[in-house]
Design a protein around this ligand. Structure first.
Ligand code: ATP
Ligand code: MG
Length: 563
């Protein structure tokens, strides 16, 4: 992102979070803005996280503040170093920079422990010996108040001693917890003596076996914010009910700063699952080829598919920030991808389902280099040479032996334009023993070189093509939505809603030569087909291309219908 672009964005953007920040800064309630993006390293980031990243890093950029990348690594059981590295790569790829501000909640374990003792000494926390089942039972329900644990009023010294022995590893998992002493009758369940520490004899990816007690999210999160001097702790709406606890802890601890929490609605995308549990399942049970499978809504998957980070930022900007829960059409993301790639992607020709064409009156062995425009939307992109020869491939779909009225492409006796080349006329159809069309015999008109007839005659169809001899062979992977249902799982098992046709592999496609050297991830438009990019699976002799999006603009159509 250029700096001028971000200045324009800052002046234009307005939403309730930005308004709060603007007012806080104007009223001097905060000296500077500090935000954070706090992923738990228990999976890969997805397009929903992009909303939080763009918001937290975005406001920091716009208001001259800073945004921390903080790993909320308080649950050793599900967390892995692989995820930490992947998350860092994804945030950077999305275009954001945490600078020197990379943090881990696990770096604060000692401080958090001290603050837990502080609460015990103040009579505001106690060690509870109830079993997890009893704790749940005593907690009450939304309509009934909870009951005090029989251990709630044990002495400060006893709790301190037990808490230290919890840390020392004297007790098994689940045998005791540390709880805040707030109010078992509170209408807010989060205030019914929430658990602050639990015993977990587990290897932590960063602290190893240094600890066998771990702080809960509620305890670690706000206090980590305070340690880092976060001013605006922006999170999703499911934490709204946790805010009173967030504030209670900040008020009752000698923390160096008083961050405030604000909640916004998470991104929900149609035909997509964004629950990490579900995404992990798709990978582990091999419904997809990995976290970066181009059908996955992960940032790694979108990157591999060829979605540019700027298109994701644009999409998130259009979605906006509010407190109203909403479901965004997957087609809108595709629209943003198309909008951007239309301006930036080089045009190339590739034939996905080849049909051989022999130009009978074209000299054997002759190859001509014809000029082809790289991007009609961008004159600066210039042009390239495309070889033309006697034997070509066209798209199987572009020929019909017995065409209906509105079919304007190739048919027996009909003349069409081969893009950037010549007019050709189909003279004969060659079939195999099974009656399938295997070859077309055509003639060309040498006077139409470049694609226009000097006598002014018109043709209705323009086809893309490649010269057979010089065409690299490629595998092309076409992706369709991973789920058929708008809300996967809404009617039953989410796995039943998987689209069995989400991946179609075309093994024998032909490319124009310029595509043989396409860089992995670089977007190109295959004329008339869509946007594609080279996949890392491709080897030198056999490139592999992913379809990023088709050309058809379903979102535009939906908008036009006024939906
Ligand atoms: P879980 O807690 O179930 O593992 P999570 O999606 O909440 O999953 P976190 O790593 O805790 O994952 O999320 C990091 C940040 O990203 C949080 O602040 C969270 O609110 C935000 N976030 C997660 N999913 C979305 C979403 N769909 N839309 C917007 N923000 C999201
Ligand atoms: Mg979470």
């Amino acid at each position: 992102m250029t700096s001028s672009e971000s200045v324009v964005e800052a002046s234009e953007r307005s939403d309730f979070i930005r308004n709060i920040i603007r007012e806080d800064l104007a009223a001097g309630r905060t000296q500077g803005l500090v935000t954070r993006f706090p992923p738990e390293p228990n999976g890969y980031l997805h397009i929903g996280h992009a909303k939080s990243i763009c918001l937290n890093f975005g406001v920091a950029q716009e208001f001259g503040g800073r945004c921390h990348l903080r790993f909320d690594d308080t649950n050793p059981v599900k967390e892995e170093l692989e995820y930490i590295e992947a998350i860092k790569a994804d945030v950077a790829w999305l275009g954001f920079d945490w600078g020197a501000h990379l943090y881990f909640a696990s770096d604060y374990f000692e401080q958090l422990y001290d603050w837990a003792e502080h609460l015990i000494r103040a009579g505001k926390a106690y060690v509870d010996d109830l079993s997890p089942e009893d704790i749940r039972e005593y907690r009450g329900t939304l309509t009934e108040p909870g009951r005090n644990s029989p251990f709630r009023d044990r002495g400060v010294e006893e709790s301190l001693d037990l808490f230290r022995r919890m840390r020392a590893g004297e007790f098994p998992d689940g045998s005791r917890v540390l709880r805040a002493k707030i109010d078992m009758a509170s209408g807010n369940m989060n205030l019914r003596d929430p658990v602050l520490y639990r015993i977990l004899h587990a290897q932590h990816p960063r602290t190893g076996d240094a600890w066998c007690i771990y702080p809960t999210y509620d305890f670690a999160h706000g206090e980590s914010d305070a340690i880092e001097g976060v001013t605006h702790s922006i999170c999703t709406l499911e934490f709204e009910d946790h805010r009173p606890l967030y504030d209670w802890l900040i008020e009752n601890l000698p923390v160096p700063a008083r961050p405030r929490q604000y909640e916004f609605a998470r991104l929900n995308l149609s035909h997509t699952v964004l629950s990490k549990r579900r995404l992990i399942q798709l990978v582990a049970e091999r419904y997809v080829r990995g976290w970066d499978d181009p059908r996955m809504p992960t940032l790694a998957g979108l990157r591999r598919r060829g979605v540019p980070p700027a298109a994701i930022r644009d999409f998130i900007g259009r979605v906006g920030v509010s407190k109203a829960a909403n479901l965004v059409e997957l087609a809108m993301l595709e629209y943003c991808v198309r909008e951007l790639l239309n301006k930036t992607a080089a045009r190339r020709m590739a034939v996905l389902r080849p049909l051989k064409v022999v130009i009978e009156n074209y000299p054997e062995g002759q190859v001509e280099e014809l000029d082809a425009v790289n991007n009609p939307e961008d004159p600066a992109a210039g042009s390239r040479k495309v070889p033309f020869a006697r034997v070509l491939y066209i798209e199987r779909d572009d020929f019909m032996e017995d065409p209906p009225k509105k079919f304007f492409r190739l048919a027996p006796g009909r003349e069409v334009r081969l893009r950037y080349a010549y007019f050709v006329t189909c003279r004969e159809v060659v079939k195999d023993a099974a009656g399938e069309v295997v070859e077309l015999r055509c003639t060309y008109d040498p006077a139409t070189r470049g694609g226009d007839a000097p006598d002014g005659r018109k043709v209705k169809g323009t086809l893309h093509w490649v010269a057979a001899e010089t065409a690299p062979e490629a595998e092309v992977r076409l992706y369709n939505r991973l789920f058929n249902e708008e809300l996967p799982g809404a009617k039953g098992d989410v796995l039943d809603d998987l689209n069995p046709d989400s991946l179609e592999v075309l093994e024998r496609c032909y490319l124009e030569p310029a595509l043989a050297s396409a860089a992995v991830g670089e977007a190109v438009q295959f004329e008339r087909l869509g946007y594609f990019c080279a996949d890392p699976d491709g080897a030198a002799g056999k490139p592999v291309f992913n379809r990023t999006v088709a050309l058809r603009d379903t979102w535009g159509k939906i908008q036009a219908k006024g939906r």
